[in-house]
Write a new protein. Sequence first.
Lengths: 160, 274
Amino acid sequence: MGSVVINLNLAGREVELLVKPLATLQSVLRNQLGLTSVKEGCRQGGCGSCTVLIDGEPMMSCLLPVQDVAGRTVTTMEGLNSPEGPTPIQQAFLDHHGYQCGYCTPGMEIVTTALLEHNPQPTRDQIVEALAGNVCRCTGYQPIVASIAAAAASAGEEVR
Amino acid sequence: MTVANYFQPESVPEAIGLLADHGPELLVIAGGTIAMPLINEGISLPSQVMGLRRAGLDGINLDGYTMRIGAMVTLTRLGEQYHVPLLATDAGRIAGWSIRNMATVGGNIFAPPPAGDLATALLALDARLTISGAHGERELALADFWTGFMTTSLEPDELLTSISVPLDVEPSAFIKFGRKQANTPSVVTVAVTAGRIALGAVGPHPIRARQAETVLAAGLLDRATIATAADAAAAECDPATDAIATDWYRRRMVRVMVERALTELAAKSKGKEA
């Protein structure tokens, strides 16, 4: 069969790609498209640093054959960034020291994006539950939980 | 060696045709949460791979007294249904959010211990499997499906297509006991329904605690009966030592968790009668 051509919707942009059979979405996003927010952490689905949104739902891109998501919408942190400055979620992570080395941060912020989409005012337990698949080796998680709570609160302020 | 072909059949007949064409060398993956880590690490080096996300196996259908779950239904989807509370509770306790969005009901039945939490609940529900092959469909009780560690009675040209569970199984109780609250392999998983006790992570595959079930058949779920059943379950399970726990610890935790699950079941039964 050799390489195959697939289409993805990447943050609103249609892209056509030549991929190897069973190539992972993670390797294609990072190595072929240069989207370096998508980390290659454990490649086991155990760390969450490669988390991206597929049609708005978080998934581990290291376990996902890119051919399985052909035609679907893939969102990475690059697609959520704003040229005007940090997004409310990013600002909350800045304000509350939600990262140290930064390696897990894109995955954490991707999950945060999906969480607040599903549940704009999550409880502390719901935040912790949503983060269960994402590992951070620096912060001890408390500043990340605080960041997400603050992001939810600031989004609530904007609505009011 | 690299993967030569990744097939994405769009129907069950197409998938079965591919199995017939390629034989046992065709690796079948469902959600990919077990197979892809092995491929990424180079432990598994398949040449021919078949993925089932487009095969039309992702429906949940109610049929009289039965819920039929397509093999490719994700754990997230299963957790959202309310017809069988045991499965909703169980599915919600497995791994983390992103994995639950990918992992499938059918795939969990092939998960090697200490994984297979969902299969443990399915076993307590006496689930039946529908298996499709070139010569048609057959049904099989889940309890008769496994033949050993990572071996099953599935023929190389067959595909697990759906899992059926009865809708009227109430009450039930489920305990996943691990070293953390979430996203963790089990020390032991216990699922109980009236008359059935299933144990995960303490054998070559999820197992029924038949001796303990015999104890329950004798009468009421009082404290003495529950304690005797828990002792029997601890005696008959066959745990392994791994990075999560020793066989010694697992066996002791089987006793404790079976007792807790049956106590919860007894309380729910009483509530139902009142």
